[in-house]
Design a protein around this ligand. Structure first.
Ligand SMILES: Nc1nc2c(ncn2[C@@H]2O[C@H](COP(=O)(O)OP(=O)(O)OP(=O)(O)O)[C@@H](O)[C@H]2O)c(=O)[nH]1
Ligand SMILES: [Mg+2]
Length: 219
């Protein structure tokens, strides 16, 4: 499992690092952004959130609550506005104000909905107008209770913009998420972290040894 680690994800970055967070509906994207922000901030990063889920009612407020809780900045617009413009503006704001990490929240979308996947592509492409290397990370959030469908999610999201890391949430429930290792190996994707609850500290950075220990104890 060692090659699946990517602990440097959470370290302090010297240059702008835009992180696109994607996944199907309700997997825990927004919650995970809150949790990641806390770790990034504690490691000396200046964090900006981009409220690019302009689709779901109350999604902006939800992200704003996390921004307040963790005490990080947020760039937002109104519900129904263009998600790509929000991402663009967030990165612009970050560069102008010396923020180095931008976490882009996106609306939940099913991997087989063509128009929603096109919109997703547009968000990624617009960030390249500011920095051709952006988004520097593309994290697909997976729900441990999704079972085998996870494979199809990785396959389809990866086709639109190459994924750079996986996070699996809801591992505090009865689902063991055994599929995660299989899918990470198949697509050669690092596992960034594991979600173990709804609170700000319920994110465990993926470390192969710890995971192996926990896994063998549970089973
Ligand atoms: N038990 C548990 N619940 C979680 C975890 N991560 C997120 N949740 C819960 O899952 C629900 C959905 O979380 P969100 O963060 O809103 O998910 P999302 O992917 O942003 O949802 P959409 O934006 O609507 O697609 C919330 O009730 C979260 O509190 C986790 O690791 N464990
Ligand atoms: Mg959300």
């Amino acid at each position: 499992m060692k090659p699946l680690e990517k602990i440097e994800f959470f370290k302090k970055k010297e240059k702008l690092n835009a992180i696109l967070i994607s996944g199907v509906n309700g997997v825990g994207k927004t919650t995970t952004i809150g949790k990641i922000s806390k770790i990034l901030k504690s490691n000396g990063n200046k964090v900006m959130l981009a409220a690019s889920d302009t689709f779901r009612a109350a999604a902006i407020e939800q992200l704003e609550n996390w921004a307040n809780k963790i005490d990080v900045q947020i760039t937002k617009s109104s519900q129904g506005s263009d998600p790509a413009s929000v991402a663009y503006k967030a990165i612009e704001d970050a560069l102008n104000n010396n923020f180095n990490q931008v976490l882009i929240d996106t609306a939940g979308r099913l991997q087989n909905k063509k128009n929603l996947m096109e919109e997703y592509k547009k968000i990624a492409n617009v960030t390249k107008k500011i920095d051709p290397d952006a988004p520097h990370d593309v994290i697909l959030v997976l729900d441990a209770t999704s079972g085998q469908n996870v494979i199809n999610q990785v396959e389809e999201f990866n086709k639109i913009i190459p994924i750079t890391g996986l996070i699996m949430t809801k591992l505090d429930g009865t689902a063991k998420g055994g599929i995660l290792l299989a899918v990470a190996k198949k697509y050669k994707l690092p596992i960034i972290a594991l979600g173990l609850g709804e609170k700000e500290d319920d994110l465990q950075i993926f470390e192969a040894e710890k995971f192996a220990e926990a896994f063998t104890q549970i089973n």
